[in-house]
Design a protein around this ligand. Structure first.
Ligand code: R5P
Length: 335
């Protein structure tokens, strides 16, 4: 197998794919990713991949060119199929945001387990490995019978918080729901901060209500940590409840900024002072100075480098201080 990896990108997050390629000191592979007139996805790999170690970068999310979540998934599958038929030696799906992950179990009769369907599709088309980040539920790795590297944005996010002076006993890290406690604990440990938990219920999909808070937030700067922001309701409501309990200010960090529906407006009008997210998903609407996007391209470039040379990927997260990506974007204002 050729040792120089090839990196291809679908249309969902080309900016991140470019950034990863730049850090790997390679150019993105030549591929046509478009649509036929009848709206079907059309893929053509325009360079030789025979015997190559190939990575395809594609978040399962809406794209800057107007393509939807389902387009992103189909592009990824068809690119993998094309690469397999072109005799690539090993194909890795690099999925910074693994979409459909929220549907990872049946909560009612006659519902699909969508996260498993996506796993099946990736495997069937010829994916030999998946690299992703902060899966909504770590157990989704078990839906695959191939290796899955579930990277963490936590070191990048924590380094930024520390740089902003948001560490030590003035800070309380808050999980906005019971499911996020483990993640919040990791942040609290790294920031030498205390921990609090908000309990929420969802009376219906995409609607959240705070039922209780455990832990002391009075007089502290609260940092709410979540894996994703969809409608923004979870964070806005948790922030309000924490403020009402006496927190002096509320900041939020999340890996995946989906910003569905009017989330930007909800968060802009909330008591939250700063909304910090990464670039696993492109920001497609205007956002003000409250929104700060950090790049996790270096983490992906490092992981790909380690996979290519058969070195440990977990070591990447054991080092105490991962260097802060010098190219993070301070503040996004998309007009
Ligand atoms: C829930 O389990 C997740 O961790 C997020 O809290 C949730 O997906 C955020 O959704 P929304 O922004 O729509 O409240």
């Amino acid at each position: 197998m050729s040792t120089t990896p090839l990196l291809f990108s679908g249309s969902s997050n080309p900016q991140l794919a470019e950034a990863i390629a730049k850090r790997m000191k390679i150019s993105l592979g030549d591929a046509l990713v478009t649509k036929f007139k009848n709206e079907e996805t059309r893929i053509e790999i325009r360079e030789n991949v025979r015997g190559a170690e190939v990575f395809v970068v594609q978040s399962i999310c809406k794209a800057p060119n107007g393509n939807g979540v389902n387009d992103a998934l189909v592009e990824l599958l068809l690119m993998i199929d094309a690469l397999r038929r072109a005799s690539a030696a090993r194909i890795t799906a690099v999925v910074p945001y693994y979409g459909y992950a929220k549907q990872d179990k049946k909560t009612k009769p006659r519902e699909p387990i969508s996260a498993k369907v996506v796993a099946n599709l990736l495997k069937t088309t010829g994916t030999k490995r998946v690299v992703t980040m902060d899966l909504h539920a770590a157990q989704i790795q078990g839906f695959f019978d191939i290796p899955v590297d579930n990277l963490m944005a936590m070191p990048t996010l924590c380094n930024y918080l520390k740089r902003e002076g948001l560490s030590d006993d003035r800070i309380v890290v808050v999980s906005p729901d019971a499911g996020g406690v483990h993640r919040a604990e990791l942040f609290a440990k790294r920031l030498n901060a205390s921990l609090a938990i908000v309990f929420k219920r969802r009376p219906q999909p995409d609607v959240s209500e705070v039922t209780d808070i455990v832990g002391d937030v009075k007089g502290k700067i609260a940092v709410i940590v979540d894996d994703m922001i969809s409608t923004g309701g979870t964070l806005a409501k948790a922030a309000e409840a924490i403020k009402a309990r006496g927190a002096t200010s509320v900041q939020t960090v999340a890996t995946h900024g989906l910003f569905a529906d009017n989330a930007i407006e909800v968060l802009t009008n909330s008591v939250i002072e700063r909304v910090i997210i990464t670039d696993t998903i492109p920001i497609l609407q205007p956002a003000g100075e409250k929104f700060i996007q950090l790049s996790i391209a270096q983490t992906f470039a490092d992981a790909i480098g380690r996979i290519t040379t058969n070195r440990s990927v977990s070591e990447l997260f054991s080092v105490e201080e991962i260097k802060l990506d010098a190219n993070f974007v301070e503040s996004i204002t998309v007009s």
